[in-house]
Design a protein around this ligand. Structure first.
Ligand code: AMP
Length: 571
C-alpha cells in the first residue's frame, strides 16, 4: 500500500467523532492491507514497534525539526520549524505546510493529496527500522539523513502523519479497543479471541495477521512466548470486607513498596525477541530478561535480579514480582528502586549503594506450560516449585482478625501494607479488575472510650484482650453507648501496657467479662459503620482495629454518637 493511502485514511479518521465510524474505517483499512497489515495495525495507533517491544526510534524532536527543515529547502531552518510549531501546536500541521522535495514538480500536474507519492507503507516501516538501528557515533546524523529522505518524498498529508508517527503524536482517535474491534470485524472472528490473543502477545499486528490468515483457531492457539513481555495484572483499592463478601476466603500477601518486574528466563536462551526482526536489538540470546511495569527492558540495570534468577530458578519460566531496595535487610523507599531502574552507566557502583531484593509473587508460565488460566494458589505452588528463594508468602484466610494481624506485621516490618487476592482468579494481563485488591488504609479514625474488656485466653490469660468501645451519648460525657469490640492490631507487648493502663479502672468482673469505668480513649480504625442491633448505639464498626491510646483525650472529648451517625450517613 502506498503511504499516501494510509495518510488519506488517517485524515478521514481524524474527521470522524463516533467510535463506531472510526472502527468501520479501520476495518476497511485492515481488509485492504494485504502484506502491510502487521505494520498498519501499529501505524494506525501511532506506534512504530509492537507494544511488547522496548525499541524506540530514539530521535529527539530537534533532530526531527532538522530533517523537516532540510527537506523543506535551503531557506528553512530547524529554528523556523520550531517557531512555527510554537504557533500552530501540531508538528503534523507544520510538516504539511512545507513544499517538500518530492512534491515539487509533481504538484504542478494537479495530482492532489496523496497522488504522485511513491512512498509505500513498507518502505516507511523499513526506513524507521533502520533509523532505530542506528547506534554509536554519527548515529544522530544517520537518523536525520533517513528522516530527511522520507520527508523529501512525502506530500502534504504524508508528511503530516509521518511527522506525527515519528514523534509519537498520532492522535487520530484510534485506541487499542478500536484496533481490537476492527480486527474482529475485518476477519470475522470473535472479539474475545482477539482480546485473549492480544493479552498473551501484546502485538496488534501479529494478532491481526493471525486473525486473517488462521482465523479463530489460530488466535486461540497463540501462547505466551519466553522473551516477549505481557502487561502486568493490576490491582484496585479495596477493603477486607469487599474481599470476604465476594470471595471464598482471601489470599493475603505483603504489599512490597518497590517496583514491578516481569522476569523471563530460559536456560536454553531467550531467542524469541532476538530472532524477531522487529525485536530487541540483541545479537546474543540471553537466558534472562527483566521487564518493568511498562514492559521496558531493564535487564542491564538489574544484574542482581538476573543473578538471583540464574541461581535459584530451575525451569524456563515467566515470573511476576516486585523488586525492593534494602539497606541491611530493611526496605528503603521505592524511589531508590526507580533510580536503579533508570541507571544506564556505572551499574556496578549503583549496586554497591542500593541493594535490590526480589519478591516473586506470581508465575505466568513454568516449564512449558502457560498458567494464565490456572487459579492463583496453584500458580503460587508452581512458583515455589521452580524458584527456591525470593518467593513471597501467600496465606489464605477468611478470618478478618488473622488478616488484620498479617497487616500489622507487614506494616511493622516496614512494608506498605497488604494485597488481597481472589484465590479463584486467573492471571489477567493489563486488567485492573476486582480480583486483586490493595487494602485501603483506614481513612477516618474514631476516638472511642473503653467501657469494658475481656480477659484473654491461654498465652494471653493475664492480659485484658478484647476491648469494648463506646461513643459519647451526651455533651457532659456521662453517658456512653457501645458500638464494637477491638481485638486486632495489638501486639503482645502492647497488650501488657494496655492491661496496666486499664486495670485500675475495672468496676466489676464476671468470669472473663470486665466492666471498665470510662476513663481511657482509644483511636480506632475501621472499614465501615453498619447499623446493627448488636450494640446499644444501634451501630457496629466493621473490622475495627486498634491504632493508639489517646492520652491527650478525656471521655468528654471522645467522639460523639452524633459524629458516628454522620459518618455512617456519609458512607
Ligand atoms: P499501586 O501501585 O498502588 O497501584 O499498587 C499495585 C502495585 O503494588 C503493583 O503493581 C505491584 O507493583 C505492587 N505490589 C507490591 N506487592 C505486591 C503483591 N504482593 N502482589 C501484587 N502487587 C504487588
Amino acid at each position: 500500500m502506498n503511504f499516501g493511502e494510509f495518510a488519506d485514511t488517517a485524515a478521514e479518521i481524524e474527521e470522524l467523532s463516533a467510535d463506531t465510524e472510526i472502527a468501520e474505517r479501520v476495518t476497511t483499512l485492515f481488509e485492504q492491507a494485504d502484506s502491510d497489515l502487521l505494520v498498519l495495525a501499529r501505524f494506525v495507533q501511532g506506534r512504530v514497534f509492537p507494544a511488547w517491544s522496548s525499541r524506540t526510534l530514539d530521535i529527539g524532536p530537534n533532530y526531527c525539526y532538522e530533517a523537516i527543515a532540510r527537506a523543506a529547502g535551503t531557506n528553512v531552518s530547524a529554528d523556523d520549524v520550531e517557531e512555527k510549531l510554537a504557533e500552530v501546536g501540531d508538528i503534523g500541521e507544520v510538516a504539511a505546510s512545507y513544499d517538500f522535495g518530492g512534491q515539487q514538480g509533481l504538484g504542478a500536474f494537479g495530482g492532489g493529496s496523496g497522488a504522485g507519492g511513491d512512498l509505500t507503507v513498507a518502505e516507511v516501516a523499513d526506513e524507521l527500522d533502520a533509523l532505530a538501528d542506528a547506534e554509536g557515533s554519527g548515529s544522530q546524523d544517520k537518523k536525520i539523513d533517513i528522516l530527511f529522505g522520507l520527508f523529501n518524498r512525502a506530500d502534504g498529508d504524508e508528511a503530516r502523519y509521518l511527522a506525527r508517527l515519528v514523534l509519537s503524536e498520532m492522535r487520530i482517535g484510534v485506541g487499542e479497543g478500536t484496533v481490537r474491534d476492527a480486527t474482529a470485524q475485518a476477519f470475522d472472528v470473535p472479539v474475545e479471541s482477539v482480546e485473549r490473543a492480544l493479552q498473551v502477545s501484546n502485538d496488534y499486528g501479529e494478532v491481526a495477521r493471525v486473525a486473517r490468515d488462521e482465523g479463530e483457531d489460530g488466535l486461540d492457539s497463540m501462547d505466551l512466548e519466553l522473551g516477549r513481555p505481557v502487561q502486568a495484572m493490576l490491582a484496585q483499592a479495596g477493603t477486607v470486607g469487599d474481599a470476604l463478601d465476594d470471595w471464598d476466603g482471601a489470599a493475603v500477601e505483603i504489599k512490597y513498596d518497590g517496583a514491578r518486574v516481569q522476569i523471563h528466563h530460559d536456560p536454553a536462551g531467550l531467542d524469541w525477541a532476538a530472532s524477531d526482526e522487529t525485536g530487541a536489538n540483541d545479537s546474543e540470546p540471553r537466558e534472562t530478561a527483566v521487564f518493568s511495569r511498562n514492559m521496558e527492558d531493564v535487564t542491564d540495570a538489574l544484574p542482581e535480579v538476573v543473578e538471583h534468577v540464574e541461581q535459584h530458578l530451575n525451569a524456563p519460566a515467566i515470573l511476576d514480582g516486585e523488586v525492593v531496595a534494602t539497606d541491611d535487610g530493611n526496605p528503603l523507599p521505592f524511589q531508590e528502586v526507580l533510580r536503579r531502574f533508570r541507571r544506564k552507566h556505572d551499574v556496578e557502583r549503583a549496586r554497591e549503594e542500593v541493594e535490590l531484593d526480589l519478591f516473586a509473587f506470581d508465575c505466568l508460565h513454568a516449564d512449558g506450560r502457560d498458567l494464565l488460566r490456572t487459579p492463583l494458589p496453584e500458580r503460587h505452588e508452581r512458583l515455589e516449585d521452580v524458584l527456591d528463594a525470593g518467593v513471597s508468602e501467600l496465606q489464605i484466610s477468611d478470618d478478618p482478625e488473622e488478616i488484620a494481624d498479617i497487616e500489622t506485621q507487614a506494616l511493622e516490618s516496614g512494608h506498605e501494607g497488604i494485597m488481597l487476592k481472589n484465590p479463584d482468579s486467573d492471571y489477567s494481563p493489563g486488567r485492573r479488575g476486582k480480583n486483586w485488591l490493595k487494602r485501603k488504609p483506614d481513612v477516618e479514625t474514631l476516638d472511642l472510650v473503653v467501657t469494658g474488656a475481656e480477659w484473654g485466653e491461654g498465652r494471653r490469660a493475664s492480659f485484658l484482650g478484647t476491648f469494648l468501645l463506646s461513643a459519647r451519648a451526651d455533651d457532659a460525657g456521662d453517658e456512653f453507648e457501645t458500638l464494637g469490640k477491638v481485638a486486632t492490631g495489638i501486639t503482645d507487648e502492647k497488650l501488657a501496657d494496655l492491661t496496666d493502663l486499664l486495670e485500675p479502672h475495672v468496676r466489676t468482673e464476671d468470669g472473663q467479662q470486665v466492666e471498665i469505668a470510662p476513663e481511657v480513649v482509644f483511636e480506632v480504625g475501621y472499614e465501615e459503620i453498619q447499623e446493627s442491633p448488636t450494640y446499644s448505639s444501634g451501630y457496629a464498626l466493621r473490622f475495627p482495629r486498634f491504632v493508639s491510646v489517646r492520652d491527650d483525650k478525656t471521655p468528654e472529648s471522645a467522639d460523639s454518637l452524633e459524629r458516628v451517625e454522620r459518618l455512617a450517613d456519609e458512607q
